[in-house]
Design a protein around this ligand. Sequence first.
Ligand code: LLP
Length: 447
Amino acid sequence: PATASRTAEGALAVGGVGVHDLAARFGTPLYVVDEADMRARARAFRDAFTAAFADVGAHAEVYYAGKAFLCRAVARWMTQEGLRIDTATLGELTTALSAGVPGAQIGLHGNNKSDEEIELALRSGVGRIVLDSEPEVTRVADAAARLGGRAPVMVRVTTGVHAGGHEFISTAHEDQKFGLSLHAHDGETSPAMRALLAVLAREELDLVGLHSHIGSQILDAAGFDAAAGAVMALRADLAARTGVLVGEVDLGGGFGVAYLPGEVELEPERIAKETAGAVVRAAQETGTSVPDVSFEPGRSIAGPAGLTLYTVGTVKEVALPATSPDGATRLYVSVDGGMSDNIRTALYDARYHAEVVGRASRAPGVLARVVGKHCESGDVVVHDVLLPGDMRAGDLLAVATTGAYGRSMASQYNLVPRPGVVAVRDGVATPIVRRETVEDLLALDLG
Ligand code: LLP
């Protein structure tokens, strides 16, 4: 996190609060979020997009993608910083609403929305429902008719652009479940165009925009250029066919962050300038006006603002096969959490950085692997990291950049209660999500 600092003795402080104090007060594992950093990141995106698109005469909105990490406090921070909230489920939508976010500032996604989700969205007057399939056009229109109102909708298209760090998190290539294809497989009308025409045919629906999300952990802006071009071409095509020029284009989220020291993130100014340029070019090429735009970053706002604190338990030196390129031994450092609080390493082969934060060690660094307490060998938090050779039980270990898709993807595997989240700011620590207890888990058990 941006406010992290270290004393000469090796003690780390975040938001002006020592991590030792945090561990002592709240226990470990613990998710720590640097509120000032997360707010600053949100502001940076809002400011960069507002400025870059104002330069080309367009209005830009930023929706914080709640899937990265949402609770009431975070929803309020984002709203106070001038962002809207993107939700994808009943839980996310209800959380945003219960934080007091006005419905008009919330968007609803999902490739398989329930009736309950659609109705809550309509009743709370959400600013947009992003339609992901042709059947959904009918379902949302029928729900609006039942409730006697209208629904503002966007249509999500798959541009064929494939971007991002891992295939599981790249969502715009053709053979996957999201969005509507731009390609006319029957040689006539593409699924995206069919859905748009169906939307225009229903008087309960207001077509407010076109949507594209091309993937996640993207470090190269070129994918957004290509996606903007494809969406703008569809917009022009629809205008030519129907006379309706859609007012807004959402280019999704997916901006990559630095997980390891020395890596660079995709900066807000760069992505804002590049996308503004791409949208203007596409407008010129198609002879249409520049639309308003929106974006949905999640990871790039929450990720670097968070870290996870663990207490080290068992430390084990394991001999490697003689042929191993990694040397003779590896130090297995077990922590009191694991894949239940961070599934990303096991699921995506994600890379993280870890440091001992409680003390200054003079011991030379050794190749270590940070593992959890779960009953499987894939329970790895940090694959390879240099840690002091004198690691011992009781050491505090911090894993960086866990603010996005950490707590939000946590499980209770092995009936391990999920850690809580503490926000730190200006020397004050405030719990924003309570730690679960075994009693919480037993309360769900009806046997
Ligand atoms: N908008 C839509 C429609 C999305 O599907 C997503 C992410 C976002 C916005 C936000 O993307 P971001 O800016 O956070 O990259 N669990 C995976 C990431 C999955 C992202 C899914 N959709 C991970 O831990 O890497």
